[in-house]
Design a protein around this ligand. Sequence first.
Ligand code: OXD
Ligand code: MN
Length: 591
Amino acid sequence: MSTTTSANPTTNPHLRAWVEQVAGRTRPDRIEWCDGSEAERVRLTKLAVEQGILLPLNAEKRPGCYLHRSDPNDVARVEHLTFICSREKEDAGPNNNWLAPAEAYAKLGALFDGCMQGRTMYVIPYVMGPIGSPMSKIGIEITDSVYVVLNMRIMTRMGRAALEMLADSNDFNRGLHSTLDLDPEKRFICHFPEDNTIWSTGSGYGGNVLLGKKCLALRIGSYLGRREGWLAEHMLILGVESPAGETTYVAAAFPSACGKTNFAMMIPPESFPGWKIWTVGDDIAWMRIGADGRLWAINPEAGYFGVAPGTNTKSNRNAMACVERDTLFTNVALTDDGDIWWESIDAPAPEHLVDWRGNDWQRGSKEKAAHPNSRFTAPMANNPVLSPQANSSEGVPISAIIFGGRRSTTVPLVLQSFDWRHGVYLGATMGSETTAAATGQVGVVRRDPMAMLPFCGYDMGDYFAHWLAMGQRIPNPPKVFQVNWFRQDEGGRFIWPGFGENVRVLKWIIDRAAERIPGRETPLGFVPASGQIDLAGLDLSPAQFEAITAIDAPAWQAEFDLQEELFQKLARTMPSELIELRETLRGRLER
Ligand code: OXD
Ligand code: MN
């Protein structure tokens, strides 16, 4: 059967040749170049509904919203099937799975052979970052999934504008994806950093198939960042506006399930009047040194691919506003009146639902109605607190970088590093505790350096070295902090109230970053001096505050021992500077 093609909108010879080559291999019935227009959205949405890929939701309650149910065996990122295919195995590092490029191309190439017969091959030109920004990168994703096209529309700036920005350049990421038959045996996510190429097979799940996000913006992005002298990070970006109207920008890395999206959209409490948080991004930051010697950040994405369960008006009122319209929901539960539901949403569970698998669900059932990793894909334009700078091509100047984790003990509420190098150390040794629900063994600290363990596209020791080298090059670097909202008392209760109250800690951070207030020096860094964090209106005694800000020397000695495990794993490339720094910190603590 011969292939038909929608009007080819580009004269770019590199792009045309590559699309032809891919079509020659995958042999689709039809090639469709996506232009990003509204007419295209309407047409493809209608097609997805007709094919049962999307289910329209109640148009009055959720205008423009649809539900997708993925294959039950395809609901999450697959780290064990994710590979960095650098030419040299050592370049991928002990933190990544590795396949030789020739082997990966052959293996996935065989799967791609003829895989789009009877299907449409969509060509999606997209930009990660604001259109026209010198910090942005262009990708082309070729896919046979209309769900991918509709999600990429929300998550990226895509279509004609991306082609215009690309013009005749050969500098674009080549992403190729096919769902195949969703057989987990044929599921592979392969990154070829030296070729700026991503091949993904056998999955329809977001993190594996929306190739701009984790694959390009983080794995390939981190590789490009090292080569070109910038940073691609798993960080939210937010602006903190003070009552005086001054806005300070911070970037923050937290491992999964530590509330990054909530923090990025936080609403300060009424007892803290005049303060406002503006979201620039909720997941990824690309940061470069600006002409003024500061570090400037953009959010490469244009939407939020957020975890649904646990999102409610208390945890994140702004996210609830984002999903009121024009949102694609994946694997949430469906109410009898065509609305969505998930565990811990505001409304109690109704008597009857259709669960994420499409089965009837009755209140009281032991099964979860929504999948724990069910998601919403919502345009950032829906966010009531979207920063006016979210589309700025220069990005925003970062005054502070924050590393956080979930730690019931040891790590204080907030700690400022002595300098950049010590800040890199705090990020490199970041850890988070597993919960009982996840492992059965509570309180096991899992290291997730800079929240990048699943996303760093090269050797993690080399990545730390890149961070250290960046410190030498930034004339006016951001100040670096560590935070922990999760300290518990003897009864296992969280001591710090969290959520919007975290703005109190942010205020201290920005005051310190601006060098407006002195800190209290400890052997391990600066912590708030008494009275420096405003506790008015909080149900928190001075003793409790002391408990969550104190440095407990024996606990820290044990922590340094625990950090050794990560240093050992990365021994080949672990910068000696970080090892020496740990010994210095230990020594200071002993004295
Ligand atoms: C995400 C993740 O989906 O970090 O953002 O897994
Ligand atoms: Mn993430």
